[in-house]
Design a protein around this ligand. Structure first.
Ligand code: ADP
Ligand code: ZN
Length: 599
């Protein structure tokens, strides 16, 4: 873009230079003389004819008889015209032929009028084009710029994606469908139209989508959500229509929408009402997704790292109703990713990928690819034949410094704290009857806020929750901080999100579900409207006294449950220590490993 801009600008300068030269060339080559000298030349009979214009006198030796100023006259002498009443008389005295200049010649009009106009029109068009480049072009009405081209032969398959086993398992069905749609349609099975890949940037979401296309050998349409947001209203929607038209023509195929969140933010979420253009585009996308038949063979994959801000309408059944978590890799996965990215590199034999992986917690696939590349560049710069461990160390330090600024890596101390914190959640969950089973514990940092996480699977779909369940949920949430308190006799900010969720539950119990003796069966809070910003328009419909009582009761519940969570962990301290240590080592434990450690 930058380069193109300079390129066009130099054209403009060339045009300007030509313009100036042309004007110079067209203006007569003359001797400029003073008025007196001019008259003297007339007196000396050096001048036979004079062309008088409003500003100039031009003296010619001889002029053709048609008495017109020639197109390209070669005047001998030129002088500025002076208000001289005797001039005509003087000229006639010497028998000079007097010619009035024809000042409205075509050429002059051209020079003084049309060329500058053309020049400015040129600049204007150039500016419009530049403006249009970012946004689909004003003239093209959005059709041609992003003529979204289907890619085939991407050269990417599941082997190019290391780790991400869960995501691969989930996507395998889609591949199966794209390969043999008949098998599915014959049995009337429905394949999901839209699949949302959720995870931080650089974890391989795009790569996975391409791999699905590669594995199933279908065309791959790719576009970013931000591409849809146009400068001119209506173009985004037109582009969506265009995209789906093409996809339908090429089915079976994959449509990949990167950064879905920039297009699919919840409507009406801004304070100033919605963004008109984005809303139109989003509506068009929803309409298109509803429009095509389920088994037509178009599968839409979309990626986002902020699923929470997506418009709920996007997540309804028949749209992006299936979500796949594409998370930062754990130790084992990092080794596998490194293996993929050192394939083309000559490594010194002593380089141990496992050691490198150990040193890079929190790195994404993209960070690791970058690491392999940086290390190679360093080796080249040093004139080495092979990439040695020192280059990797150096490259890690560099990248970590960059990531630390973005708050994405944990130091050893933090890792230890997070390991105990997460184990605390998991153990409390294990020792509560109603709590959901632990599915995975990880201390690999995720998005902003959550340092580690304990994933629990619901044992069954729940519509009703008992008081006991809610209380035990609070126990589990408080288990993280309880573990920190017991082991380090210190608490950290890492529990913020847990506390918030625990408080929400406790407050709902007291003020919404009528589960508190003091407040009785009355409800004081309405469920939050997901379209309105929470709390913004909520009216308080109770006295300050009641508010005080609610706060008190919420605090009481949290304090009581904290004591219970701590009690559990103190009793299970040996397990807490043991599991936290393994977790620190492995960074992630799945349910099998966790169960084995429980004994
Ligand atoms: P995202 O779409 O999630 O932001 P990408 O798919 O664009 O991430 O990943 C960027 C690059 O990082 C990929 O081109 C690839 O080189 C590397 N990468 C990411 N994840 C993996 C992985 N699991 N295995 C191998 N390479 C990966
Ligand atoms: Zn926690």
């Amino acid at each position: 873009m930058e380069k193109k801009f300079q390129f066009s600008l130099s054209y403009l300068f060339i045009a300007l230079a030509i313009f100036i030269l042309l004007q110079n060339w067209l203006s007569p080559q003359v001797n400029n003389v003073s008025y007196s000298q001019f008259k003297a030349h007339v007196a000396e009979k050096k001048i036979n004819s004079v062309v008088i214009s409003s500003t100039l006198l031009k003296g010619y030796e001889k002029i053709e008889s048609d008495k017109k100023e020639p197109m390209f006259p070669k005047a001998l002498y030129v002088t500025p015209r002076i208000d001289d009443k005797n001039l005509v008389e003087f000229l006639e005295k010497y028998g000079v032929d007097i010619i009035a200049a024809n000042e409205n010649t075509f050429l002059r009009t051209l020079l003084s009028w049309i060329l500058p106009t053309l020049f400015f029109v040129g600049i204007w068009m150039f500016m419009m084009k530049r403006m249009g480049q970012g946004a689909g072009g004003m003239m093209t009405l959005g059709k041609s710029k992003a003529k979204i081209i289907a890619q085939t032969d991407l050269g990417v398959n599941f082997e190019s994606v290391a780790g991400q086993e869960e995501a691969k398992v989930e996507l395998a069905e889609v591949i199966e469908f794209l390969k043999t749609p008949e098998k599915f349609t014959r049995l009337g099975a429905k394949i999901p139209k839209g699949i949302l890949l959720v995870g931080p940037p650089g974890t391989g979401k795009t790569l996975l989508a391409k791999a699905v296309a590669g594995e199933s050998g279908v065309p791959f349409f790719s576009i970013s959500g931000s591409d849809f947001i146009e400068m001119f209203v209506g173009l985004g929607a037109a582009r969506v229509r265009d995209l789906f038209e093409q996809a339908n023509a090429k089915a079976p195929c994959i449509v990949f929408i990167d950064e879905l969140d920039s297009l699919g933010k919840a409507r009406g979420s801004g304070m100033m009402g919605g963004h008109d253009e984005r809303e139109q585009t989003l509506n068009q996308l929803l309409a298109e997704m509803d429009g095509f038949e389920v088994n037509k063979g178009v599968v839409i994959l979309a990626a986002t790292n902020r699923p929470e801000i997506l418009d709920p309408a996007l997540l309804r059944p028949g749209r992006f109703d299936r979500h796949i978590l594409v998370d930062r890799p754990d130790l084992k996965e990092r080794v596998a990713i490194l293996k993929v990215h050192v394939k083309g590199i000559t490594l010194a034999p002593e380089v141990d990928l496992e050691i490198i992986a150990r040193r890079t917690p929190g790195f994404t696939g993209a960070d690791l690819a970058n690491l392999a590349n940086e290390a190679t560049l360093l080796a080249v710069r040093k004139g080495k034949d092979v990439v040695e461990a020192t280059e990797f160390e150096e490259a890690i330090d560099r990248i970590v410094a960059g990531l630390e600024k973005k708050n994405r890596v944990l130091n050893e101390n933090e890792k230890r704290t997070v390991a105990y914190h997460e184990t605390g959640h998991a153990l409390v969950a294990t020792f509560r009857k109603t709590a959901e089973k632990v599915h995975k514990i990880s201390i690999v940092p995720r998005g902003i806020g959550a340092l580690g996480y304990t994933m629990q699977l619901p044992t069954e779909d729940r519509f009703l929750m008992s008081k006991t369940e809610l209380l035990e949920k609070i126990d589990v949430l408080l288990g993280g901080r309880a573990a920190e308190k017991i082991i380090f006799n210190e608490i950290t900010t890492g529990a913020q999100n847990d506390l918030q969720r625990a408080t929400d539950i406790a407050r709902s119990m007291v003020a919404m579900y009528g589960m508190n003796e003091k407040l009785g069966q009355a409800t004081y809070l309405q469920p939050a409207n997901q379209f309105l910003q929470q709390g913004l328009f909520q009216q308080k419909e109770f006295s300050d006294q009641t508010a005080l009582l609610i706060d008190e009761e919420v605090r009481k519940i949290l304090e009581e449950r904290m004591v219970l969570a701590e009690k559990t962990l103190v009793e299970q301290r040996p397990l807490l220590e043991k599991i936290a240590k393994v977790l620190l080592e492995k960074e992630a434990l799945d349910d099998e490993e966790f169960k084995a450690l429980l004994g």
